[in-house]
Design a protein around this ligand. Structure first.
Ligand code: ADP
Length: 471
């Protein structure tokens, strides 16, 4: 099959979170299964752009409302990622160093989607599936089906993958001209609660919708930032497909970000080496169990609960463990995590920022990963952590519920708790410290998690079955 993924992120070109990881690997696995899967994304000014060779494949101009803009499509010459990678350049909108967070994000992603379809409209051979990801690309199904300019693309099946339903990209009807001409009686397909809501429109117009875990899909009918009813109406076309992880990138035996590699055969020694490097760098004690948190410092991830959970752990369990936090996001949470450095020096440290290299070292060197998420569509951190022999201590929600079984259950290998509260997190940490003391139990859990199979093969097949249901 010929598949095109349209996305705002794709690792290693540009990544802000799990979306980037998924779009950077799923197409390669689809190609390995004998299909032709490619990626189209905005041309940001990230280091990847300058370290690869590109050819220009298309140049044209089109409109965002009354504004006529030029765009250029370039292709990476060597298919270095294992798939054809195309970037769309729109000067003044997409030529930024980071992916999101600009006042004109609505204009940026509307123009990106229009340019994407304007270009696809010129292809001789059209794709068999257009697969869009999250709200930044979720107007594509509406535009393909209802904008006069893209009538030629009308009958191509579309799939929307929701990596995160909290962010919907809603904007005012004042910007209605951003959508190329369509019949105004179809406005219900764009609208949700009084605004143009790209994610809601994608859910209504895509042939199939999937979320990145089954439990998350079920939760969306009761908790999806205002879209609950819509998920209830549309549940017939929604499925859950758990993300895979890319073992060519995420493998402690040959991770390019690590200097000390290890496998299940020498996990104890290998992890100790990485832990020592981490502890030296952050002034921690390698004799104590090391708990890490990696992620966006936002309410969804429960990051605001961390400072108090760390203080309470020291207070109620004693200074028997170390914590290291890597994250960026909410300024107040970041400030609290920074303040904690002086209070708990020697047992706690934090790196506020985004650092891919450090994240790999942390997965490799830590003993436990804490994820107190309030919402977790799939969660990749726990999957990476397990591959690197780091035991997850997680709130049982969304994808965490589908991938981590508590050690109290038959066949269990992680520590889970029900509520995103300081009390539950602290209790999870207490249980983890007890496990750490039982060397044999700790070793056997570590060995068990390192060989769990969360590879893309299974998920890539599930996506293909979804596409094949259109034929
Ligand atoms: P999200 O909701 O943020 O997409 P996921 O668990 O799906 O959450 O994916 C998070 C990805 O982003 C993982 O690869 C994780 O290691 C990475 N990540 C998150 N924050 C940081 C950070 N501050 N530095 C480095 N990597 C990070």
């Amino acid at each position: 099959m010929d598949i095109i993924h349209i996305s705002a992120e794709c690792y290693p070109v540009a990544k802000a979170g799990g979306l980037g990881d998924v779009v950077g690997s799923l197409p390669r696995f689809q190609n390995e299964l004998g299909h032709r899967s490619k990626v189209l994304m905005p041309m940001y000014r990230t280091p990847y752009l300058y370290s690869h060779d590109w050819e220009v494949v298309h140049k044209a101009s089109t409109n965002l409302g009354h504004w006529e803009f030029d765009y250029t499509v370039i292709k990476e010459k060597t298919n270095a990622q294992g798939f054809e990678l195309y970037l769309i350049d729109i000067n003044g909108l997409l030529d930024r160093e980071t992916v999101y967070g600009y006042d004109d994000d609505t204009e940026r992603f509307c123009a990106f989607q229009i340019a994407a379809l304007h270009w696809m409209n010129t292809w001789d051979k059209l794709p068999q599936v257009v697969h869009v990801h999250d709200h930044h690309a979720a107007l594509v199904p509406f535009m393909m089906q209802h904008c006069y300019a893209f009538k030629r693309l009308q009958s191509i099946p579309t799939v929307l993958t929701i990596h995160n339903a909290q962010y919907q990209g809603a904007f005012s009807w004042n910007k209605t001209l951003y959508i190329p001409q369509w019949d105004s009686w179809k406005r219900g397909l764009l609208e949700w609660k009084g605004s143009i809501n790209p994610l809601a429109s994608g859910i209504k117009c895509s042939w199939k919708v999937n979320t990145v875990s089954n439990s998350y899909l079920h939760e969306l009918s009761t908790m999806s930032n205002g879209l609950e009813q819509l998920f209830e109406y549309e549940k017939g076309k929604c499925t859950g497909i758990l993300n895979g992880i890319d073992y060519t990138v995420w493998n402690p035996a040959h991770d390019k970000y690590l200097t000390d590699h290890f496998s299940i055969l020498d996990a104890k020694a290998g992890k100790e080496k990485n832990k020592r490097i981490l502890c030296e760098r952050f002034g921690l004690d390698p004799q104590k169990p090391l708990f890490i948190f990696i992620g966006r410092l936002v309410g969804e991830k429960g990051a605001d609960l961390l400072p108090q959970a760390i203080i309470d752990s020291f207070r109620f369990i004693g200074r028997k463990m170390n914590f290291l936090v890597l994250g960026n996001g909410n300024a107040a949470t970041a400030a609290q995590l920074t303040t904690l450095q002086s209070i708990a020096q020697g047992d706690y440290n934090a790196f506020i920022g985004y650092n891919e290299t450090l994240s790999h070292l942390m997965y490799a060197g830590a003993d436990f990963l804490v994820m107190p998420s309030r919402v977790e569509p799939c969660g990749l951190n726990q999957l990476y952590a397990m591959r690197y022999g780091t035991i997850p201590v997680v709130r049982s929600t969304g994808g965490l519920k589908d991938t981590v079984i508590d050690i109290g259950e038959p066949g269990g290998y992680g520590i889970t708790y029900n509520n995103a509260t300081v009390g539950d997190i602290t209790h999870g940490i207490y249980r983890a410290v007890s496990v750490y003391k039982q060397k044999e139990v700790f070793r056997s859990i570590r060995e068990k998690i390192m060989v769990l199979d969360f590879s893309w093969h299974r998920s890539a097949e599930e996506y293909l079955s979804l596409y094949q249901s259109f034929q």
